[in-house]
Ligand binder design. Structure first.
Ligand code: BEZ
Ligand code: FE
Length: 289
């Protein structure tokens, strides 16, 4: 086709593929072009707006590096990361939720019952639960990669005062699939706002807050790993998470426990004089295949 028009450009685009193009790549690119072309037609996109969009992507590229990925953040605040999660969710398994940019590799091992908060002060939170398969059988030796903010709302990679492994841990379940640790209650925090994504949130009149949460990657041999988060049911941002990560099965009560009731068998046993909070959360992993 020689004459390209605003109405046939998507078909012309599709006709340019080589005959050996991977079929899935062709399907994804064709669909992407169709939506991009429709988007430009529907919004009557101006040159100025198109250029601003490209400058936005250039800025995102310039501040993206090993420690920060503005494109992931863009995907998060646009709801794309969560939509992909939900499209591929498995009904019987624990829901997945955004990974975020603050996971670190090789977290330090933490024994069952140990204290993840080290010297940090805050509301003591006891976290316990099990890892099960989808037949409710406990999974021994499942790995839980755990991370959260410090009480100042910052992850270790954002905060010079913390060493990189602070509030990061790797726990292995026992023969009952059991895990347990103590920490401080995480706090709500804002996603990084000093880049182009922050500018978009501002321009759209959107706040940058996420409800407080504990991050987990639960994995076990023969099972599909799940990247997820656990949220307290009283967080003010639960219904307006700026990255759309909240799922019904991930919202839990952090239940206040009486002073003096702290159980034995924990690193903090005998050292928690007052009230503390407790959350029980079970993971369900689906077998691979
Ligand atoms: C997080 O939960 O750590 C996070 C997720 C998405 C964007 C920014 C932070
Ligand atoms: Fe987070």
């Amino acid at each position: 086709m020689r004459t390209v028009t605003k109405n046939n450009i998507t078909d012309v685009f599709t006709g340019y593929f080589g005959k050996d193009t991977d079929p899935r790549l062709k399907e994804v690119l064709t669909c992407l072009a169709r939506h991009l072309h429709d988007f430009a037609r529907e919004t009557n996109l101006t040159h100025d707006e198109w250029r601003k969009g490209l400058e936005f992507l250039e800025w995102a590229g310039n501040i993206t590096g090993p420690e920060r990925n503005e494109f992931v953040l863009l995907s998060d605040v646009m709801g794309l990361s969560s939509l992909v999660d939900m499209i591929h969710s498995v009904p019987d398994a624990t829901s997945s939720s955004v990974l975020g940019p603050f996971h670190v590799s090789n977290p330090p091992p933490l024994e069952i019952g140990a204290d993840m908060k080290r010297h940090y002060e805050g509301d003591v939170l006891l976290v316990t639960g099990h890892v099960f398969d989808t037949n409710d059988m406990p999974i021994k030796g499942a790995k839980l990669d755990i991370w959260q903010t410090a009480p100042n709302g910052l992850y270790s990679s954002q905060d010079d005062e913390q060493d990189i492994h602070s509030f990061h841990a790797l726990m292995t379940t026992d023969e009952n699939g059991y895990y347990a640790f103590t920490t401080v209650k995480p706090v709500s925090y804002t996603v990084p706002g000093d880049g182009p994504v922050g500018q978009i949130l501002n321009a759209a009149g959107r706040h940058p807050w996420r409800p407080s949460h504990l991050h987990f990657i639960a994995s076990a041999e023969g099972c599909r790993s799940v990247v997820t988060e656990v949220f307290p049911d009283d967080d003010p941002y639960l219904d307006q998470d700026t990255v759309f990560g909240v799922r019904e099965d991930l919202v839990m009560s952090y239940v206040k426990q009486e002073a003096g009731s702290f159980p034995d068998g924990f690193e903090l046993s005998g050292k928690v004089p007052g009230e503390y909070l407790r959350v029980d959360f079970d993971f369900r992993l689906v077998s691979e295949s």
